[in-house]
Design a binder for this molecule. Structure first.
Ligand code: F6R
Length: 221
């Protein structure tokens, strides 16, 4: 785990990793997160004026809701990255039903080169909540009360947060060639340390990353 000076350094460090990936292999397949943590990284990526015309993206998750709703992850990605680059909209994928055909699409495009993750305050990655099977694939999940509470800041109130989502599974994420996890803020430090240094357990989904052979973790407080 690398501790960085501040949020700016966290954002530019991870943006540089994405930049190197796209330069090395324009036809890269990336998995991307939403939430507060990656916002600075998306700004940095836009500043780098990269050529996204050959890149394929998959988002980690999406609420079960109208994708045109302003709080959907489709809207978030359009606003923060897709509409600010030359990526082709039909190269940008979100988990959908039937979930197995989403997985088929990943496989047909020959897997995932680089997966960027955040971590939830309960140790979730994507919307794989505590207790998710390490073998899980893309599926519909119920959000935990903790996640509904945490994400109410985007919706105004907990009642307005969708109670279900579609998420890439832990098994799916672990098949990525490289994984980068970014975390920002003191409130994430304790769960991050448990995930990285304590036992590997389905109670802390992010702890599965200890079993991946090409993972980098970046934190700033
Ligand atoms: C979102 C996602 C989630 C977030 C996590 C942290 O696509 O996969 O696992 O990464 O909930 O969210 P923030 O960055 O808002 O603290």
């Amino acid at each position: 785990m690398k501790i960085l000076k501040n949020y700016k350094e966290l954002s530019s460090t991870v943006a540089d990793i994405v930049k190197r990936q796209l330069k090395k292999q324009p036809l890269s397949k990336l998995v991307l997160p939403t939430g507060d943590t990656p916002l600075g990284m998306y700004d940095e990526l836009v500043k780098r004026k990269l050529d996204w015309s050959h890149t394929i993206t998959y988002n980690l998750d999406e609420y079960i809701m109208n994708p045109d709703h302003p709080c959907s992850y489709h809207s978030y990605m359009r606003k923060n990255l897709f509409d600010r680059t030359n990526i082709y909209p039909d190269h940008c994928h979100f988990p959908y039903r039937p979930t197995l055909s989403f997985e088929d699409k990943i496989n047909a495009n020959r897997g995932i080169d680089l997966c960027i993750l955040g971590i939830g305050s309960n140790g979730h990655i994507a919307f794989n909540e505590p207790g998710s099977s390490f073998k899980s694939r893309t599926r519909v999940v119920d959000l935990s009360l903790q996640t509904i509470q945490d994400n109410s800041r985007f919706f105004g109130s907990a009642e307005d947060v969708p109670k279900q989502a579609i998420t890439m599974g832990l098994g799916t994420i672990m098949e990525s060639k490289k994984i980068v996890l970014m975390a920002n803020g003191d409130h994430k430090l304790q769960i991050l340390e448990r995930a990285m240094y304590d036992g590997v357990t389905e109670d802390i989904p992010a702890s599965i990353l200890q079993r991946h052979n090409n993972v980098e973790v970046y934190y700033c407080d």
